[in-house]
Design a protein around this ligand. Structure first.
Ligand code: PGA
Length: 257
């Protein structure tokens, strides 16, 4: 992100279905000393539910924010296998990833479900990281803007500008996730610009100027600087490269070297 912008960058790791509690403790023991000096960005790590408490404990005296990868929108009830926002708050979480493309693709999450989960996250005082992004086919058919617009309005259409303000949006083109195929900084910035224009028309220019949009999809130490050099890109949501302390620390410390 260009110097002078008021938006504080966010580097977030999504561990997906990786790491036991012991591996989580091991990660933080190696990772925290490597990022102790990082004041230029916010850091989020999202382990699986079973490792949340271990991550919160391990990151207690650091600036690292622990997030969950999903939640259910009801506060409690007969919803076998689900976890509520209140439970996440109690376990020390401060953020939640909502609407990841893997949830949309493998678990049938619709825009309506993403909206409910976003609302529940906000109501609990947690910061939602809401993912949007087109598939390869949609991009090839020239439907990127149409898809982003549908997902944006689907997730945020019912919110006021005030309710919208804590939200982080993650642009994650599905074709770039876990494929090693990163969007070029230009392609990513173009999509971010489009998302920001949607935010401006729905919530006003000030809200849009404050909105932080993260890029996700095969972000690695080798490509993060080019991405973060774009004015429109306010951070990264990282899968694979967040699993290893050294590589995730290198991403957090993208400004050095
Ligand atoms: P990746 O995953 O960095 O492994 O491509 C990104 C994501 O799914 O958030």
């Amino acid at each position: 992100m260009a110097a002078g912008s008021a938006r504080v960058p966010v580097i977030a790791g999504n561990w997906k279905m990786h790491k036991t509690q012991a591996e989580t403790r091991e990660f933080f023991a190696a990772f925290l000393p490597l990022v102790a000096g990082a004041k230029h960005c916010e850091i989020v790590v999202a382990p699986p539910f079973t490792a949340l408490a271990a991550a919160v404990e391990a990151a207690r005296d650091s600036a690292v924010m622990i997030g969950a990868q999903d939640l259910y929108w009801e506060p409690q009830g007969a919803f076998t296998g689900e976890v509520s926002a209140g439970m996440l708050v109690e376990s020390g979480c401060r953020a939640v990833i909502v609407g990841h493309s893997e949830r949309r693709e493998h678990f049938g999450e619709t825009d309506d479900i993403v909206a409910r989960k976003t609302r529940a996250t906000l109501d609990a005082g947690l910061r939602p990281i809401v993912c949007v992004g087109e598939t390869l086919r949609e991009r090839e058919e020239g439907k990127m803007e149409e898809v982003l617009e549908r997902q944006f309005h689907g997730a945020f259409g019912a919110l006021t500008a005030q309710a919208f303000s804590p939200i982080l949006v993650a642009y994650e083109p599905v074709w770039a996730i876990g494929t090693g195929r990163t969007a070029t900084p230009q392609l990513a910035a173009e999509a971010h610009g489009f998302l920001r224009s949607l935010a401006a028309s729905r919530f006003g220019h000030e809200a849009a100027a404050r909105l932080r949009i993260l890029y996700g999809g095969s972000v690695k130490p080798a490509n993060i600087r080019g991405l973060m050099a774009m004015e429109e890109i306010d951070g990264a949501l990282v899968g694979g490269a967040s699993l290893e302390a050294m590589s995730f620390a290198e991403l957090v410390n993208y400004r050095e070297g």
